[in-house]
Design a protein around this ligand. Structure first.
Ligand SMILES: C[S@@+](CC[C@H](N)C(=O)[O-])C[C@H]1O[C@@H](n2cnc3c(N)ncnc32)[C@H](O)[C@@H]1O
Length: 195
């Protein structure tokens, strides 16, 4: 199933996000906790940030914010790059280590072959990832959320397992000696790695 720009825009609409509020509340608490552990990092990059998602949370920790989203509604600026994550990594220079936040199942929308081959994620970077778990409670929520954003002609062919079968993990970005942990909380699956 291919998603069009307007579907991506709807994904972060308040009404649709409210359906997934339980997922998002857990995610926010988890992020708060993890960012506290990595306060020595200068910048956190929110991938698929939409309209500056998690801006306040990140700025309150004194870590600077960068959002990346090709379909963001806001104008591009020093804290928002309107491009794909794949393109951002291809152009990343030899800058300092960063925290990359893959929130709300965004990895399933990226071309992870390109991400992994680019070697744009480097030693010292931190990755935090949050995605749907495969539990039934999670599937029910995921289906309700997707039916609220899909155009009518895609609703009939929508299948939860199709979304859950996409690559949603950071495992392919790890180096041999990366530290990696994974945790399930309610409707979410969380991964954290120091590369
Ligand atoms: C955060 S994800 C949400 C995914 C959805 N919650 C789900 O369960 O599948 C949606 C955001 O990712 C953005 N996005 C899509 N493809 C992207 C890419 N290649 N690079 C960066 N952001 C992308 C979209 O524009 C959208 O704002």
């Amino acid at each position: 199933m291919k998603f069009i720009n307007s579907t991506y825009k709807k994904m972060l609409n308040e009404d649709s996000m409210n359906i997934a509020r339980d997922f998002l509340n857990t995610e926010k608490d988890f992020l708060k906790c993890k960012l506290d552990l990595f306060k020595n990092y200068k910048q956190a990059v929110v991938v698929g940030c939409g309209d500056y998602n998690y801006y306040e949370l990140i700025e309150s920790t004194n870590i600077s914010y960068l959002g990346i989203d090709p379909y963001a509604a806001s104008v591009e600026g020093s804290q928002l790059i309107k491009t794909t994550f794949e393109e951002y990594l291809a152009q990343r220079n030899n800058d300092e280590s960063k925290i990359f936040i893959f929130w709300f199942n965004v990895i399933s929308h990226l071309n992870m072959n390109i991400v992994e081959k680019s070697r744009g994620i480097r030693k010292g970077d931190v990755i935090i990832n949050s995605t749907w778990s495969t539990k039934n409670t999670s599937k029910i929520l995921l289906e309700k959320y997707y039916l609220s954003i899909l155009p009518n002609d895609q609703k009939n062919s929508f299948n939860v397992d199709h979304i859950l079968s996409r690559n949603r993990s950071i495992k392919g970005m790890l180096a041999k000696d990366s530290s990696f942990s994974t945790q399930r909380i309610k409707n979410n699956l969380f991964e954290v790695a120091i590369i």
